[in-house]
Ligand binder design. Structure first.
Ligand code: FAD
Length: 512
């Protein structure tokens, strides 16, 4: 039996891992987390994916308990601005497409939808809630989609059946602090110190880490949560990192934390605004925005990117400190090598366009618990783990490349290049199919990667890459059922907008 796990790194990845291992295994496993005060956390990573709900429920935490302590807000989806053309916007919501007579509402929209109005606002309820800046919860705390209300218990991503309708925005440092308290209250040993050496035995397996002040810390299994450094997995075990830069060229970001003390409005979505050489995120937390420009330094310099971001997000606030980040885009060939598992930025990172960093962490931790080894170190456990992690990351990579390849915008060298750049082979085929008909579960990236066909279609339609014509089969089906569904969806959306409080009002009561 494995007795002790040593986690190196106390960012979001480190503390999510520590708290989840404690929730899963309790006192049957010793967990030590070492984090440096000298090496700061990445300081970004504040928009999440709807499945993060499973993580907090697994820990036994209701959002009313942790969200206010983390300056949190709601995220019903992502609003994409200017990706198709200047002034155009659409939403990628957390909402599955309804289906009528075996065809998705998006298929029906192509045949009978009102093409003078945007696709997303006719096919999803959530888009109306975003436009109205609504909270997904009523003032009494109940959720608009009652079938999904209530705790999910100790469920995992694999057990996810329903599409939870929202995710969260939160302050990354406050989440780390919150989870640190959760973990240490449950027995995680917390060592604040610098790891200065990583010890290996004669087989090359990790035996201990040496810290500046606390000496040697030994363990059976080591979790590398040291961020882009990959101190254990890359620097010590020399695992190869496969770059995705050939298909995802953004390699830098600059971020600002912009106070919003006086605001009495709040967007219930992340905004991704296309810029000349990349895109800017706007993540509304309760009293501030997180903003950042993700770009490729082939097209714009860091100084230009910072100035563009300042003009966009914080004019006149030259006092705010900018955080320049060099991004390592890609994944380790294997995230589990010998007795070391990398989780977080040390394992993999694609750019933050669909907020998948924390989702990768959650997936990695769940798979670690599922494939947890004993001292026989059965290599098939590690092999299966590596296979699943690789497929999730590769699927998200394809989905992100689609964002650039399918975007109608082509007014600058950056956007022109995005149309002719290399792309993963599988994606090329999928995009060719999508010119003929919308994608279904069989025709998106085939392995689990978090995104369903509705996401792929919401992006294709929103970005301006619609199929050339509706599915021919629909010409043989009476559209009356679909017409009724479009009308029902609009009525439901109108009723919800009328009933739900604003996102700000609901959160103000929660934070109070
Ligand atoms: P870090 O935060 O870098 O933590 C590394 C830890 O290792 C620190 O505690 C450090 O002290 C410690 N450490 C390093 N060296 C040593 C040593 N020698 N001894 C001891 N300790 C050491 N994800 C999302 O889900 N949503 C987003 O919106 C999002 N936006 C992002 C935007 C950008 C620009 C980037 C780069 C990433 C974004 N991510 C996002 C990803 C997200 O930020 C990370 O997945 C998350 O913060 C986890 O980081 P980490 O814990 O792996 O690394």
């Amino acid at each position: 039996m494995i007795d002790s796990v040593v986690i190196v790194g106390g960012g979001t990845a480190g503390w999510m891992t520590a708290s989840y291992l404690k929730a899963a295994f309790g006192d049957r496993l010793g967990v030590t987390l070492v984090e440096s005060e000298q090496v700061s956390r990445i300081g970004v990573g504040e928009a999440t994916f709807s499945t993060v709900r499973h993580f907090f429920d697994y820990l036994g935490l209701d959002e009313s308990e942790w969200l206010p302590q983390c300056a949190g807000g709601y995220k019903l989806g992502i609003r994409f601005e200017n990706w198709r053309a200047p002034g155009h916007h659409f939403y990628h919501p957390f909402e599955r497409l309804r289906s009528v007579d075996g065809f998705s509402l998006a298929d029906w929209w192509l045949r009978i939808g009102d093409h003078s109005r945007p696709f997303d606002r006719q096919c999803f309820i959530t888009s109306a809630l975003c436009e109205a800046k609504s909270s997904p919860r009523l003032m009494d705390g109940s959720m608009f989609s009652t079938e999904l209300d209530g705790p999910l218990g100790r469920s995992t991503l694999e057990e996810q059946r329903a599409q939870f309708p929202y995710a969260y925005h939160f302050d990354a440092d406050l989440v780390a602090k919150f989870l640190a308290k959760y973990s240490t209250d449950r027995g995680v040993r917390h060592v604040t110190d610098d790891v200065v050496e990583v010890g290996q035995d004669e087989r090359g397996w990790l035996s201990h880490v040496t810290t500046k002040e606390h000496g040697r810390i030994e363990g059976d299994l080591f979790v590398d949560c040291t961020g882009f450094r990959g101190l254990l997995i890359n620097k010590t075990l020399d695992e190869t990192f496969e770059s995705f830069q050939d298909v995802l060229p953004n390699n830098r970001a600059v971020a600002l934390r912009v106070p919003r003390e006086e605001a009495t409005e709040m967007n219930p979505y992340t905004t991704a605004t296309a810029m000349e050489a990349g895109w800017i995120w706007t993540i509304p937390l309760f009293r501030r925005n997180g903003n950042g420009y993700v770009y490729s330094d082939e097209y714009i310099t860091p100084d230009e990117a910072e100035q563009t971001l300042r003009n966009f997000a914080a004019p006149g606030r030259d006092d705010l400190e900018a955080n320049h980040i060099r991004m390592r885009i890609g994944r380790n060939q294997r995230s589990w090598v010998k007795n070391c598992v990398a989780i977080g930025l040390s394992s993999a990172f694609v750019e933050p366009l669909e907020s998948t960093g924390i989702f990768f962490i959650q997936h990695g931790i769940e798979q670690l618990v599922k494939h947890f080894p004993d001292k026989r170190w059965d290599p098939r456990l590690a092999a299966d783990y590596n296979d699943r992690v690789a497929h999730v990351v590769d699927g998200v990579k394809e989905f992100l490349v689609l964002h650039y390849a399918a975007a109608a915008r082509d007014d600058t060298p950056y956007w022109k290049e995005a149309k002719v750049r290399a792309m993963p082979e599988g994606l090329k085929e999928r995009l060719a199919s999508a010119r003929s008909h919308l994608l279904d579960e069989e025709s998106i990236y085939p392995r689990y990667h978090g995104f369903e066909s509705y996401s792929w279609n919401a992006m294709l339609m929103g970005l301006g890459s619609e199929p050339e014509r509706p599915r021919p089969a629909l010409a043989h089906i009476d559209p009356v059922g679909a017409e009724r569904e479009f009308a029902r969806l609009k009525t439901e959306a109108d009723q919800m907008v009328a009933a739900l409080p604003s996102c700000y009002d609901y959160l103000a009561s929660l934070h109070a």
